[in-house]
Design a binder for this molecule. Structure first.
Ligand code: DAH
Length: 339
């Protein structure tokens, strides 16, 4: 009997030692200590043992059971510890590894150009004001000296919401809105989105941006306009930049001009960039038409002023030598990352 017990014990311990998982341990527990287990069957065969030997054998069986139970528990703990260790190794973080480069956003070329324009004019004492993108026909046209049936209404292919309301075709209506407030003098720029029913191509989009400028004060002359825009061009395109005022026509200014800057690529000699002319057109401007001043409640005998309008995309395209406006709207991160 004793030998049989020793054999069972040795076998059980051997199996425990060789076990590689909690399931296996459970099988061992059932095989030796379970209701039909080997040790249990030894207890059941106690009746074959001589009565005087029974306490001794009973004690041996109990010792064996205790030993196997203890070993099972120790092994269970050890296996659990190892499993935890493997898990921790898997989760380990090497803090000395170089960090992944975080992808932070980029300013859009339009935004960079706008910030530059704002910086220049704020530096000259201008205020930045905004106007509505959905505008009354009256402000977009009539108050800017563009009466009903005026051909300029066709020039700027207008999105009409109804016969009185449009998507503004220009930022110029903000001129009228600012003058009407009656706070003089005025020194303001007004950046914003404008809309025209144009087909999309390399130089056109149904929605683009302008920056309007307006100065109204006593004794403002064309010389102020020239000096201001020459300074603007130098700050934007470099100290060497020269400006040229070409007579033009806008209904809301008189006289009106278009402004060219000397090509900042070739310095005016003529190159592919300026199409050989040495000059690049950048904006429209003029002295505010007395009729416009009057319609907006300002006495043209007392006050004069100048205005200008710049296409923001045009500035961005020129400054960054981008040759297709569509790139500005596609938001391809590979393109935007370059600025
Ligand atoms: N609003 C004009 C346009 O969209 C640009 C412009 C020209 C604005 C002359 C002005 C200006 O303020 O004086 O074509």
């Amino acid at each position: 009997m004793r030998e049989k017990l020793e054999k069972i014990k040795a076998e059980a311990l051997g199996q425990i030692e060789a076990s590689d998982g909690l399931e296996k341990l459970n099988e061992i527990r059932v095989a030796y200590l379970g209701k039909k287990g080997q040790l249990t069957s030894v207890l059941k065969s106690m009746k074959d043992v001589a009565p005087e030997d029974r306490p001794k054998v009973g004690q041996l069986v109990n010792e064996a059971r205790e030993l196997i139970e203890n070993r099972l528990e120790e092994t269970r703990k050890e296996l659990a510890r190892r499993a935890r260790e493997i898990q921790l190794k898997k989760e380990v973080i090497d803090v000395t590894l170089p960090a992944k480069k975080a992808n932070i956003g980029h300013s859009h070329p339009n935004t960079i150009a706008l910030e530059e324009v704002e910086r220049i004019f704020i530096g000259m004492g201008y205020e930045v004001v905004e106007g509505p993108e959905i505008e009354l026909d009256e402000y977009n046209f009539t108050k800017l000296n563009i009466p009903p049936n005026h051909p300029a209404k066709d020039e700027q292919d207008t999105f009409y919401i109804n016969k009185d309301i449009v998507l503004r075709t220009q930022t110029s209506p903000v001129q009228a809105r600012t003058m009407e407030k009656g706070k003089l003098p005025i020194r303001m720029i007004s950046p914003g989105r404008v809309f025209r029913s144009d087909e999309v191509d390399a130089t056109h989009s149904p929605s683009f941006h302008q920056v309007e400028g307006l100065v109204i004060d006593k004794h403002i002359t064309f010389a102020d306009l020239k000096g201001t825009l020459a300074e603007f061009a130098r700050e934007l395109f470099g100290e060497e930049t020269r400006v040229k005022f070409r007579p033009h026509h806008f209904p809301f200014t008189e006289p009106s001009a278009e402004v060219d800057v000397s090509c900042f690529k070739c310095g005016g000699k003529g190159c592919r960039f300026c199409k050989g002319s040495g000059w690049i057109e950048i904006l429209g401007c003029g002295m505010v038409h007395p009729h416009v001043l009057e319609m907006c409640g300002i006495d043209p005998q007392e006050y004069t002023g100048f205005a200008f309008g710049v296409g923001l995309e045009r500035i961005a395209l020129l400054k960054y030598e981008i040759d297709d406006m569509r790139l500005l709207y596609e938001n391809d991160i590979r393109f935007l990352k370059q600025f």
